[in-house]
Design a binder for this molecule. Sequence first.
Ligand code: NZQ
Ligand code: ZN
Length: 388
Amino acid sequence: MLGNFEFCNPTKLYFGDESLKYLNTELPKYGSRILLIYGGGSIKKNGIYDEVITILKDNNKDVFEVSGVMPNPTIDKLYEGVQIARDNQIDFILAVGGGSVCDYAKAVSVSIHCDEDPWDKYYLRMEEPTCQIVPVGCVLTMVGTGSEMNGGAVITNPKQKLKIGHVFGDNVMPKFSILNPKYTLTLPHYQMIAGFYDIMNHICEQYFSGDDDNTSDYISEGLMKSLIHSSRIAIKDPQNYEARSNIMWIATWALNTLVAKGKSTDWMVHMLGQAVGAYTDATHGMTLAAVSLPYYRYIIPYGLDKFVRFATNVWNVNPEGKSKEDIAKAGLDAMEEWMKELGLVMNITDLGVTEDMLEGLARSTIVLEGGYKVLNHDEIIQIFKESM
Ligand code: NZQ
Ligand code: ZN
């Protein structure tokens, strides 16, 4: 049965190859002191920085900057950004970059006017903001996380070996996001394919849970089929606008809360992947690719019917003459083949995990209860071993 829910996604999107001009529509709504946040410099190389600065100046904004936001942004970097925002009495935050930059911008926005330590409050204690929130807008340059239309803000604490996501509410979600598929065409191949798998896994995390008949699962199947189709085009022809723009749109819908409505969700692959990220600083999508198949193969017996449905509806596995178990396994085999076609990293050893880290990895893994099997410590160790 479809559960009860509320749905409101307050982020306004501007999509398309001319979408940056709508910054002119949005900027007048906010104060004059803008904090421009970006990453390690890709936006300076591909010209997006200059385009954004021109629009900010045309709108008479005072621009302050936080640059060098790294993939998997750290808590120390968050403290730095909060200080700059406080010193300059920022009215509005403009994030220009991928998920790391957008997540980071949200984490800054809830911390500027907060007296407490953001790591303790938002990540260890998982509390909601009780202070003024500085509004955020995003210009997205990397596709995968869905951060452009959700409240997620993942921060890594390398000293504590913890990578934790806080999903904030509507009031923290970007006020607007600008999605220009052309901006993603300069992504390095490795990042592009990591993003593709991140999208796939976001959908899987919400699909592999529950056994009721739920419209969200049908939407998920459509999104997965569109992703498989367009990703196969994009790896052969990365400049293909049609495929890349479809993938950008799929990524947003994969994690803007829609496909989780009225149903339970899993998210254990992300918990396992985040532990790997905390230890190795590996690219997010690759950490997911490396742990997914051992996890899904392990939980097949607990969610058999959904895995059968996944195999037949998403991967077109012919069920004739096969047991349910064989159909389910054939679905995951088909996904494995696709992952290899993309060229994803398929084990955690290649991401820098060594045998002596396994206990620590298991301790850093947050165990969630929404999936088909609540994992215990030994099972987590076993899945990490099989992912090596
Ligand atoms: O830093 P720059 O120089 O900009 O380079 C970035 C970075 O090295 C580069 N890049 C981005 N756009 C580019 C580009 N290079 C050339 N041309 C462009 N157009 O790509 C690299 C990776 O960027 P990053 O933002 O780190 O990637 P992604 O979007 O995958 O974000 C990853 C972060 O998001 C979190 C992850 O854990 C990780 O910390 N997530 C956020 C979620 C959310 N908000 O809901 C959910 C996800 O599951 C995920 O956990
Ligand atoms: Zn993800």
